[in-house]
Design a protein around this ligand. Structure first.
Ligand code: GLN
Length: 483
């Protein structure tokens, strides 16, 4: 039962082959048995799950239907869940029970999804390896000595290990696409503004976007359908109609113009990954796509710009965690300054502290123009590159990451080495564009992802291309040994 995708579960529930309650029990037992190896959950919500499953079964018995009605999922632990711990992977929020549900959580619950728990993540979504979590590192089911990627590493490891079919995640600089690539999943970062950020604990507000992590494009379409849409509670949410993503997966790729940026194939890319990317291009050509080389000349400036903008926004967003308004409070403070200093010093881990310092520095009076303003100008240039490219092509294709998943601890002493691994993903966040990563093969037994980018609000196009690719390849069906 645990091998089923969301689409298969929906059919099984509709045909009464099993109930949501039966499926939920199977998956909860599987999590109890296997998750100790992975550490992919911070909290389990068994009681809620069983109640939601029973309610979904009752709704189906009354004749209701829907692809998510009774479907088991989990939420990355930065989506607020009413009455349930929402830790953001931090000691700062270890005892925080959200007083309300995030819009994404409420929408999925209304559609009948069953929440099995809250997944592990890098602290405040800062990281690419899920090693900065207060609750410990997450292991990659493909090789337990390797990282699953981050910051949505818990959602990725759990779905890859078949503990559940799909999970929510968020992507500020790659945190949906990169863990998808590292664990052989399909993950979609929607257009900025497509999915509500209300109740999603902020890291960098102008970059953060929630989206689905699943095994197939078909399942990403189902989960995105439940997440997307205008939300008056989020001032950056965009009032655009949500297309029927599942109904549009079967479009032909005949004549689809794929752009492959020449800058992607630089010295930093593992040549074995480059090979697999070329293979995926060939597959798409066979399906009718036309491939063309393009250029994104400002790509090289994206990492430095991102690592000014994201920490700057983080330093501002995280100022609310001061031990007074929100978050961990130290014991016996001597005065107000001591309370702030010790509460924040104890509550935040090293990576979060590093970024708060970098961000506060970049925003400070003497340096604002030199760093923050400059980074914003680069951001516009990155966006302009994409706008020019999308005049010529329908999608942009390349690797999701320059290397496969590294070993746990391998980048501990060199944070910049980890930042450089974001080179292919962060440009989409800087520009606000949608991006998808899908399985494209293996290197040393570790999964490799191919990334597709599209113009604003063309999530449907990405899902269509990925679905057609998955009908003609079987990388996405491979299962890690032992799971
Ligand atoms: N690795 C990037 C960072 O640490 C992206 C993280 C994310 O997308 N949340 O900022």
């Amino acid at each position: 039962m645990h091998h089923m995708t969301l689409a298969e579960i929906a059919r099984g529930l509709a045909d009464k082959q099993f109930s949501s309650e039966e499926l939920t029990k199977v998956l909860l037992a599987r999590i109890a048995q296997l998750d100790p190896q992975l550490n992919s959950f911070i909290s389990l919500t068994e009681e809620l799950a069983l109640n939601q499953a029973a309610a979904a079964d009752a709704r189906r018995a009354k004749g209701e239907s829907g692809a998510l009605l009774g479907a088991p999922i989990a939420h990355k632990d930065l989506f607020c869940t009413q009455g349930i711990r929402t830790s953001c992977g931090s000691k700062m929020l270890d005892n925080f029970k959200a007083p309300y549900d995030a819009t994404v959580v409420a929408k999925l619950a209304a559609a009948g999804a069953v929440t099995l728990g809250k997944t592990n993540m890098d602290e405040f979504a800062m990281g690419s390896a899920n090693e900065s979590s207060y609750y410990g590192a997450v292991k990659n089911p493909w090789n337990l000595e390797h990282v699953p990627g981050g910051s949505s590493g818990g959602s990725a490891a759990a779905v890859a290990a078949r503990l559940l079919p799909a999970a929510t995640a968020t992507d500020t600089g790659g945190s949906i696409r990169q863990p998808a690539a590292f664990t052989n999943l399909t993950g979609l970062k929607p257009t900025y503004g497509r999915v509500s950020r209300w109740g999603m604990i902020a890291y960098a507000s102008s970059l953060d976007q929630g989206g689905p992590l699943a095994r197939t494009a078909e399942d990403c379409a189902i989960l995105l359908q439940g997440m997307a849409g205008f939300d008056p509670n989020d001032s950056t949410s965009i009032d655009e109609p949500v297309p029927d993503y599942s109904a549009n997966l079967n479009g032909s790729l005949q004549g689809l113009r794929i752009g492959v940026p020449k800058e992607y194939f630089s010295a930093g890319l593992d040549p074995r990954i480059a090979e697999l990317i070329h293979d995926s291009v060939k597959t798409l050509e066979k399906l009718g796509a036309v491939v063309k080389q393009i250029s994104l000349p400002n790509m090289q400036h994206a990492i430095p710009a991102y690592y000014v903008i994201a920490p700057a926004e983080a330093s501002s967003n995280l100022s609310r965690f001061d031990g007074v308004r929100f978050g961990h409070r130290c014991e016996n403070p001597e005065n107000l300054m001591d309370l702030y200093k010790r509460s924040r010093g104890e509550g935040f881990g090293v990576e979060v502290q590093r970024r708060i310092m970098v961000g506060a520095y970049a925003l400070s009076a003497g340096y604002y123009d030199a760093y923050y303003l400059k980074a914003q100008k680069i951001r516009r240039l990155v966006k302009n590159d994409f706008m020019a490219a999308f005049n010529e092509v329908d999608v942009i294709l390349g690797p999701t990451t320059p290397n496969p998943a590294w070993k746990l601890g391998a980048k501990d002493s060199d944070p910049v080495a980890a930042y450089l691994e974001d080179v292919y993903t962060i440009t989409a966040n800087l520009a606000g564009l949608p991006g998808l990563s899908m399985p494209a093969g293996f290197v040393d037994g570790l999964p490799v992802g191919v990334q597709l980018l599209a113009p604003y609000f063309q999530e449907g196009r990405l899902l269509n291309v990925a679905h057609q690719y998955q009908l003609h390849t079987d990388w996405h069906t491979r299962t890690p040994t032992g799971f």
